[in-house]
Design a protein around this ligand. Sequence first.
Ligand code: HPA
Length: 280
Amino acid sequence: MPNTNANVKKCAAIISKAIPGFKPKIGIILGSGLGAISNQIENASIIDYQDLPGFYVTHIAGHNKRMHLGMLKGVPVVCLEGRTHYYEGEGSTESIKTIIRTLKAIGCDTLLTTNAVGSLLIERGPGNLMVIKDHINFTFQNPLMGPNDDEFGERFVSMDNAYDSDLRQNLLDIAKNLNIPISSGIYIATSGPTFETHAEIRMFKMLGGDAVGMSTVPETIVARHCGLKVASVCAITNLGAGLSKEIITHEGTLRGAKLATNNLIQLFLAFIESIAKNKN
Ligand code: HPA
């Protein structure tokens, strides 16, 4: 079996040495161009992914590769700036497992993720937010394939309530109170790295998708396997291919992400504050 388990233990030891006694409650993964949230952590301790064995070092523009640990609105959190995607190829699955299981090993009970998506709905364009209600795994991969690691979870994993309904409702209520436009919808994951063809976008709409992206789903699967609750908010950075005249580029998605950043930060800060109050 690959050495995920050994890496998780090493990472947990490195983190505990860097910030002794710190037990984060929430692990937050930030998508392309959405790293600004980590700047909100007071006196963060920062660990470079290069110093965490098994955390793959991505080379995608818009992804810094650092872990930030500290208090956010009175809640101990660990914020991951930079994630691993399937399209990075060899080692990506092991990296995703190492990252999520390290969050579990250091004490997190909740995984909160953000990501950039293309919208399948013309009326919900760049700058809007979408809370994930459920997903369709169109990557044709599953990070749990191969021998099961019983230390983290069972062989067969229910995907009921994969995105925790209480956390989702809480996010929607908070957004409403803050007048932040938001919807709840179905995320379709592809492996990337190509953006979709026009025909694929039409198919994804027919399948019931609301947005499409290249991340998040493998993280959710690994998180559910090891018992983390999951909530995920998408930043809509563009309309899906063929739904507008624009040719989709990575730079364009980074610009689109900027339109959503302020609302996303506001939403996350209020959400985390509510977790401190409600203890859910
Ligand atoms: N497709 C897939 N992933 C994405 C997109 C898209 O249109 N926009 C941002 N991430």
